[in-house]
Design a protein around this ligand. Structure first.
Ligand SMILES: [Zn+2]
Length: 450
């Protein structure tokens, strides 16, 4: 009988053809394009493994593809998504986004990096295991949703309605991942939370001649004054009670972060800036990047901003703000603090509009079995230590599927720094794809054993 690696080698062309099949099917949730076809394709691929599958409808959204296979003391949950980002602008692609093409060892197509390659290679790894090593040593459950790229608006509802299917899993393999610029595999063990709001200030019942400004209050000034109470020039968030909501990283998290490569000068050059906030460098920059919350003015608008001058007193001003959250902050608690703070500082008139549903923080214990198994799998596959990120600086629905059910999660995948997820010429390196298949084998082996 062939070994795992021989089997993968023998099926190399077919595996790549399957990836072409997956990526030539458009599946853009934001444009409601090809979603049903893609859901059925993913379900059919799971069925080919012999998995029990179902399409679980999501009210007002796209169905979740659910699959289950194997048996053992442990259960591994795998989270992927079958939707992708819109491919526009088409003219910036060197080959059309829905016509996958391999050039110079790289596979180009919309969605190949995020995250159709990982979705498929995880199934192909299971197929290769079954064909060469026999029964799986654990149970695998797949949750493959169709709305990740539009912010997973229904994943929380899905979990609430299907809790029994997912609860009790011992660990989760999350959807994305890549090697860093030094070819080190990266393992991401958490995500920041987020709240996105608009603050609105209103003045007179219409825009006025700015001659009236000596007696009629300007909402743009009120908004600026309110904003200036949220953060100071040392980048400290000065919302009343805010500092008390921040939990400091633990010893394991700090130790892991100390191994995250960060070349301060290179990073500064990349952004074209002279220094980071407060002049932080190296490990201090890493700690600030991953372990501190942020308040970001994403957009600010009032009055006239066109060419030339217009002496107008605007009657409305608004700002878009995002708050990235760290443990133990929650979207609800932060919203409440913001309201209380504005009221206490005399800004009762400033309205808070919640524009998107927030996302909770997720942080997996770094000594959990799934993280340790992924580290061992990286060692066996890539011959080097993985860089373990206690969290990414971004956000996602890891809390909804994993953290709220106490399932530790780790993210790993077949991307590399130039994968261009969400952008034109999205691609992966074919060699990374096949290493990714080996990684899944090692993960299954190590996770079942420890
Ligand atoms: Zn993704």
């Amino acid at each position: 009988m062939a070994t795992f690696h021989e089997y993968v080698e023998q099926n190399r062309e077919r595996f790549l053809n399957e990836l072409k099949d997956f990526t030539s099917q458009p599946s853009v949730a934001a444009q409601k394009l090809g979603m049903t076809e893609m859901a059925h394709k993913v379900k059919a691929r799971l069925e080919k493994l012999g998995a029990q599958t179902k399409l679980i409808p999501v009210e007002g959204g796209f169905p979740v593809v659910y699959g289950e296979i194997g048996d053992g003391a442990k259960t591994l949950l795998i989270y992927d998504h079958y939707d992708v980002q819109p491919p526009e602008p088409f003219e910036l692609w060197d080959s059309p986004p829905w016509e996958p093409e391999i050039r110079d060892g790289k596979f180009y197509a919309r969605g190949v990096a995020d995250n159709k390659s990982d979705t498929l290679l995880r199934m192909q790894a299971v197929e290769s295991w079954l064909a060469t090593e026999g029964a799986l040593p654990l149970k695998i459950k797949w949750v493959i949703e169709g709305e990740e790229e539009i912010g997973s608006p229904n994943l929380g509802k899905f979990v609430a309605a299907n809790r029994a299917l997912i609860a009790g899993a011992d660990g989760c393999l999350w959807e994305f991942g890549a090697k860093d610029s030094h070819e080190n595999p990266m393992l991401i063990c958490g995500l920041k939370g987020i709240v996105y709001v608009e603050l609105h200030a209103h003045g007179a019942n219409r825009d006025l001649h700015s001659g009236a400004a000596s007696i009629v209050e300007n909402p743009a000034w009120r908004l600026v004054w309110a904003l200036s109470t949220l953060k100071n020039e040392r980048d400290e968030i000065t919302i009343d009670g805010y500092a008390e909501t921040v939990r400091e990283p633990n010893a394991l998290e700090l130790e892991a972060a100390s191994h995250i490569p960060f070349d301060t000068n290179l990073e500064l050059e990349k952004y074209g800036i002279k220094q980071f906030i407060n002049g932080v460098r190296d490990f201090d920059a890493v700690k600030k990047l991953y372990f501190t919350p942020t308040v970001t003015i994403c957009g600010l608008h009032s009055g006239y901003t066109g060419p030339g001058g217009k002496t107008v007193l605007p009657n409305h001003a608004f700002v878009k703000l995002d708050f990235r959250l760290v443990p133990d902050q929650t979207p609800d608690a932060i919203l409440k603090l913001l309201r209380q703070h504005l009221d206490a500082h005399g800004f009762q008139d400033i309205e808070i509009h919640l524009t998107e549903t927030g996302e909770h923080v997720a942080r997996s214990p770094l000594d959990s079995d799934i993280v340790k198994a992924a580290q061992a799998a990286a060692r066996a596959t890539y011959g080097r230590e993985a860089v373990v990120f206690p969290t990414a600086a971004g956000s996602g629905p890891m809390y909804d599927l994993c953290q709220q059910l106490n399932i530790p999660a780790v993210s790993a995948g077949a991307g590399y720094p130039d994968s261009r997820g969400h952008a034109p010429n999205e691609n992966i390196r074919v060699a990374d794809y096949f290493q990714g298949i080996t990684f899944i084998r090692e993960l299954i082996k190590n996770f079942a054993a420890n």
